[in-house]
Design a protein around this ligand. Sequence first.
Ligand code: ACO
Length: 333
Amino acid sequence: MFNSVIKGLGYYVPENVVTNEDLTKMMDTSDEWIVERTGIRERRWVNDDKLTTSLMGTYAAEKAIKDANIDKNEIDFIIFSTLSPDYYFPGSGVLLQRNLEIKEVGALDVRNQCSGFIYAISIADQYIKSGMYKNILVVGSEIHSGGLEKTSRGRSVSVIFGDGAGAAVISASKGESGILSTHLHSEGKFAEELAVIKPATTFWVDKIKNDDDEDGSGYYPYMNGNFVFKNAVVRFEQVIFEALNHSNLKKEDISLLITHQANLRISQYIQKRLKLSDSQVYNNIMKYGNTTAASIPIALTEAYNSNLIKKGDIVVLAAFGSGFTWGSALIKW
Ligand code: ACO
């Protein structure tokens, strides 16, 4: 039986920095409100039409492959997680395969929003442990900026989200370290509490043509902010303990907790509930906003590059988001 280790990491964010001050020119908001409610000070928003979700994922993947020190043709499966794909279909995994110019390996798209990266590494882990694949490229990439309502009406959502991509090469290993467990959940009864409903097959071409939604408000993300917040803090805590209990570990054993960067207040609430020290938690939402499926791999790469993770460390990843979906991964580094 093999273990799955994270052999390489990489991330890419667009160059264009959008500060809270910049947002005040588009909508009725303030740096003070955004920092106090979300912790976000700036985010990256793509300002180049050529930069797509799959291309940003490609840039992150190239760095992860380099970091893993393998040839790109040693990749034998691709898992691409995004809620903001280049096309309605085909998925972004095949575009990544094309961009990387690698052999005709399988490419799977994962549609689990903020939990997407956890779902993706869970799938990768099972393929590696079964012996089917040796090196799986897992990517989370998002371009939110094009789909946000950047007006006062959309301010409670649009100030939160940013663009970016992160990637990991997950490889088979015979050692003791690696992904010890993953835990996935969903609760579809709250699907519409955080969602983009249109366009889709329930609201498709004929309906779009006759849509009297002249200002297009139905096409922007809807989020029941307070409700999402309350569910997120409960589910994060549950799924972190589920991971610890599975390996007979205690919260004191956590070397580093990286939660999906949804909102700094959510991360701080979890830190307080678990009584974790500042050195046990990594947050970077202040710089990038909420980048959904990309947030965990971006934060993990930054933490790793800053030498905050060393061999033998217990690293816990946890996410909650639209669906609702949530999950965790416990890794012995
Ligand atoms: N700037 C200024 N004022 C604003 C803004 C803004 N950007 N957005 C909303 N407001 C106003 C509202 O209109 C409201 O005004 P009113 O009192 O006159 O009606 C007031 O601020 C309070 O609004 P609330 O929505 O109640 O503010 P709240 O404290 O709940 O904060 C927030 C909103 C930050 C979205 C919060 O609900 C939250 O953190 N929710 C969690 C969801 C989350 O983090 N989602 C991230 C994506 S989902 C995920 O990744 C899991």
